[in-house]
Design a protein. Structure first.
Length: 238
């Protein structure tokens, strides 16, 4: 059977799973953290929750998180995921966030995912709030109009990169290697070295070719480290 790349996000069926996943990528909610949740899947589900349910608390933390951690997001995969979303509000949100981070050119395609009229975050009262407080500078001149003072922006609401790298394996590898499928594959093999190339590719949403090369390199490095340990042990016994 030919290999079929697993691209779609894994659905979170447990109602508490999304909160746990958000905590797992460093968002400060009061819930147990899931272990190493997929970063892009979690961002997509969080944005859907924020925009479909008008959950401004989730949106506030998501926006703060993105402002801090965008350099380590796999922009290629997140852009593809957002592009498949039927909700114009979700696409508008990510187009706005991408425009905010446009100094990172990886987000240029995402900034073009929404082409419709500018949307208001609030169902009613946006004009009044904008006249009173102005617009949130992070969304200025973007696809989404957000009044200032509506979304709390506190760095303390999210883990900083050092803290997140300590407890999220894939994030740590992205910091070391760059935000890529390859980094996620190294993290997955670090957690389970028995993964086949096909299983590795599916687990990380990457290609079979990349998974094959990463698995080969991981095996070579592991074997070299094992030989070094044997030589060190022999030297200590001598």
């Amino acid at each position: 059977m030919p290999f079929k790349r697993a691209f779609a996000p894994v659905a979170l069926t447990d109602p508490d799973a999304l909160t746990g996943a958000m905590v797992g990528i460093g968002m400060g909610f009061a819930a147990p953290a899931l272990r190493d949740p997929n970063i892009e899947d979690t961002l997509l589900f969080a944005s859907t929750e924020a925009m479909s349910r008008d959950d401004h608390r989730v949106l506030a933390v998501l926006t703060t998180w993105f402002g801090i951690h965008a350099p380590w997001v796999n922009a290629d995969r997140l852009t593809a995921l957002v592009g498949d979303q039927p909700s114009p509000r979700v696409r508008a949100l990510w187009a706005a966030l991408a425009q905010w981070q446009l100094r990172d050119r990886r987000f240029a395609r995402m900034a073009r995912l929404y082409r419709g009229p500018r949307l208001d975050l609030l169902a009613t009262g946006t004009d009044f709030q904008v006249k009173r407080h102005g617009e949130d500078a992070r969304f200025a001149d973007s696809a989404l109009r957000v009044p200032a003072n509506l979304l709390r922006d506190r760095a303390a609401d999210v883990s900083d990169p050092t803290a997140l790298a300590r407890h999220h394996r894939a994030y740590r590898y992205r910091v070391m290697m760059g935000p890529s499928y390859r980094a996620d594959m190294w993290a997955a093999l670090d957690a389970d070295p028995s993964l086949t190339a096909a299983a590795l590719a599916r687990a990380t949403h990457g290609s079979f070719a990349t998974a094959w090369h990463v698995r080969r390199d991981f095996a070579l490095l592991t074997a070299q480290a094992h030989r070094s340990q044997l030589r060190l042990g022999a030297g200590e016994r001598a």
